[in-house]
Design a protein around this ligand. Structure first.
Ligand code: THU
Length: 141
């Protein structure tokens, strides 16, 4: 899967964003290690905290269909119109990525369009993250 293709999927998913309150439209495309792609958009709610980010929509769709091995996620977001800035994932979405993805190898691609993008690892965006290792018995002493 080419990066450009993943960016195209994120931009297409952004078109389905439901964001009547913020008018901030986000699309995400999650690449599974088996090559399949799950897309997601943000879905807001009149009760604001009930809304969901594009990244988590994509991850939850994938996990709910039995996928747990991911290699990259592409995110494209911004106010209505073309994407003019990079849209970094919120802290909750970084944490959800950390549940399933390797900090050193999972790639987070922030895209404006097919030619303007930046690639980070999850570890770069979520250093010293809290995870399952901290819950293990030897760490609770
Ligand atoms: N949002 C996302 O979907 N992903 C991000 O990475 C940042 C923020 C959404 C949540 C809300 O619907 C809107 O953007 C404004 O915060």
């Amino acid at each position: 899967m080419e990066i450009k293709e993943l960016i195209r999927s994120a931009l297409a998913a952004r078109k389905t964003a439901y964001a009547p309150y913020s008018q901030f439209l986000v699309g995400a495309a999650l690449l599974c290690k088996d090559g399949t792609v799950y897309t997601g958009c943000n879905i807001e709610n009149a009760s604001y905290p009930a809304g969901n980010c594009a990244e988590r929509t994509a991850i939850f769709k994938a996990v709910s269909e039995g996928k747990k091995d991911f290699s990259a996620i592409c995110i494209a977001g911004g106010r209505e119109g073309e994407v003019s800035e990079y849209c970094p994932p919120c802290g909750i979405c970084r944490q959800v990525c950390a549940e399933f993805c390797d900090a050193d190898t999972f790639q987070i691609i922030l895209a404006k369009n097919e030619t303007e993008y930046r690639i980070y690892t999850l570890g770069e965006l979520l250093p010293l993250g809290f995870g399952a290792a901290q819950l293990k018995a030897e760490n609770t002493k």
